[in-house]
Design a protein around this ligand. Sequence first.
Ligand code: HEC
Ligand code: HEC
Length: 368
Amino acid sequence: MRTPLQPCLKTLALILIWVFFLPGTARAIHVETQEGLSPLQAADYIHSIIEANRTIYSEVIVERLGVTLNLAATENWEAEDTLLLPAQFLLESARLSNAKGVGMTYRLMSLWPINPKNGPQNDYEKDGLNEINLNPSKPYTRVVTTNGKRIFHAIYPDKGVVKACMACHNNHPKSPRKDFKLGDVMGGILISFPLEKSRSGDPREQTLVAPEVVSDYIHAVLESDRTVYAEKIVHRLQQKNIAFASENWWEDNSLLLPAQFLLDASDLIISKRSDLDFKLISLWPLNPHNGPANEFERKGLEYVARHPIRPFIGASSVGGRTYFQAVYPDFAVNQSCVNCHNNHPNSKKRDFAVNDVMGGIVLTFPTK
Ligand code: HEC
Ligand code: HEC
């Protein structure tokens, strides 16, 4: 028998569901947009990748191969079949990354530029370069409003990390400064990205940057560095029979594999106690350690293989901290990727073609 209470209970249940779940969802979305990283933290992550790749390229490629293979780094690398200068490696990668249109751009500059294009272009760039020269322990930051858009800028010192830096700059005919010493600040790396509208009304307010946006910025740099290394170093030098990439690059006096170049950068960043982590994985790994380590990574790899446009995004909680995670597709950018993987004795897939998704880059960092 139906009591009059039943429809009431039903309505009440519906209201309860509405009260607890719908606004709950709305609340969760609201909280997510409030959540994010400070612009400085975002810039620190981006800079750590640029710097790690720059250091590895300078030390492990330019310095080592200069000695072991007598392979020089020269300004006219294309015509002379040599290595790109460290600055050119960064400029090529910045050009690729800036062209992706993710909103973040970066460039290398100096108060004493060999190439006048790399000089400061306005007052805050000049102020920033002066400031990091006097105080290189922290980056110079500034929020600048142009045409109603708020842009965050951070300038990090670029130091002469190896003797080759000074040897070349001090002796270069176009260099306005000839007394650089090891460890000197030689210039700066400028990182810029837009900020949301200020909440407080203060145009200089450093509003938070959403994790998925920071992740796209970090990935843009990683992918560009990886592409420049794979194209301009590995693929070009292999095709010309000048140098080869091998797993035992140290013993073989050869080039690091593209995967090793990326992983060395990751190790270097972790060794600096950063909590940013990234790795390269695949459903068909040559090294079994590079298979998916959990359900998230497996789903992510399957997703990017089917939808290579957007990353697969998730979050995990470890020891009371929340981490943002994303899997981005990793593409066979040229025939060298394909040939080596298809013909490798450990290969589980032998029909890769250029532009196929060969695996994924997993990015992890904590959100506040
Ligand atoms: C073999 C010569 C050579 C070496 C080695 C070299 N550079 Fe440069 N560097 C150049 C040239 C040439 C440019 C200008 C590139 C361009 O934009 O055309 C440059 C550009 C730069 C710039 C941008 C400002 C400018 O001078 O145009 C900075 C900063 C810089 N280098 C720092 C370094 C550091 C740090 C190292 C060592 C990790 C280094 N360079 C190694 C030749 C060299
Ligand atoms: C000269 C051979 C060679 C070339 C060229 C090469 N790879 Fe690899 N790649 C390897 C080896 C070997 C590993 C395993 C490294 C390790 O032990 O972690 C690897 C690892 C990987 C992984 C991680 C999963 C796995 O297979 O272990 C991906 C993804 C990958 N490479 C993609 C690429 C892409 C994309 C390119 C071109 C940009 C490329 N590789 C170029 C040999 C190569």
